[in-house]
Design a protein around this ligand. Sequence first.
Ligand code: XLS
Ligand code: CA
Ligand code: CA
Length: 439
Amino acid sequence: MSYFPAVNHISYEGAKSDNPYAFKFYNPDEIVSGKTMAEHLRFSIAYWHTFTEALSDPFGAGTAIRPWNAYTGMDLAKARVEAAFEFFEKINVPYFCFHDVDIAPEGSSLKETYANLDVIVAMIKDYMKDRNTKLLWNTANNFTHPRFVGGAASSNEADVFAYSAAKVKKGLEIGKELGAENYVFWGGREGYESLLNTDLKLEMDNLGRFFHMAVDYAKEIGFDGQFLIEPKPKEPTTHQYDFDVATGYAFLQHYGLQDSFKFNIEANHATLAGHTFEHELRYARIHHMLGSVDANQGDPLLGWDTDEFPTDLYSTTLAMYEILQNGGLGRGGLNFDAKVRRGSFEADDLFFAHIAGMDSFAIGLKVAQQLIDDRVLEKFVDSRYQSYKEGIGREIVLGNTDFHQLEAHALSLGEIKTRSGRVERIKAIINQYLLNAFA
Ligand code: XLS
Ligand code: CA
Ligand code: CA
């Protein structure tokens, strides 16, 4: 049986195509600087948005029309696996990601939940055997059920801490079973609503303990996926402990976890934290902590996590610039943690949305590679920091100066000359590259 009978394999038709079921810019086999587009971009589909999301919002019921919704319970879970693998193949995306609760319904006990998971994991494993689909990462949903009202590893209830540990333990076993390339920890409710009733130190220490136990268990079972922390500043809690990359990095260093983790950076979480997407990528990159990316975008007019499909070419270009400068994403990928809008409720919209996101990142990749090849930004940055390549600047960078010497230098100066930052000129050049990339 087919869940998307009207849709064939999506292929590349070029920029002039008006076929809605074709890529206009994403050409998986096209070589960009020695690697195919597919190798650079490592796209992934988020199971929760594409196969379980009902498209509800706080004021309205779900609108999604999905062919698998004819089923319930474990039958629904199985139908979703069938639909998912049909979709992966048709859209030509090599990876997917899921939370435990996305793939199998929770049972009335943890044991029953495990049993449900075992059935579906075996089915997924079977599907993966003779297909090219791989698991980018899996994770535990330790935030939806009411037991997680006060958090998971940072809950005030020790029983919830234990329950959360059991779910992550199972998640690591599933990750190993399915050959996951990474394992993600998104804070969920690891944060607080009010400091008035919160033991901040105990909660953060417990989170540190929890991560150490996860690292130990992965070693114990020989799970070699990369551990990723996914920062988010707020939502659902008022303050989340993994606020942004800088905060998360300080946390990892404080608890001696920096060598066991990297970051999974989501665009919409970056902007929620008051940063740009590229800021978070850069911050992680320069500290060698860039692991993977949740590719989406927020709505600048709304203050929450709208998880839209990425279509802003300026943003995909600057993101790909960071990723290329990082030497790629290694075991990570570009996971579309993105959902179609509530008004885009037909199953076809799932194809259109992924095509839009994949084409947008393909453009970003090509433009970013050309900017790098031509050293466009490097030239501006090099000349802007020229003063550190000679004279007193060079001594500063080499660590050869002290306040006495710097004061003597300052006293010897006349009027200090500064240089223009040229931001408008740079933006105009980026626009030229964007428009000329496919000309
Ligand atoms: C929620 C997060 C979540 C993580 C995985 O905002 O983006 O979906 O990616 O738990
Ligand atoms: Ca995410
Ligand atoms: Ca999100």
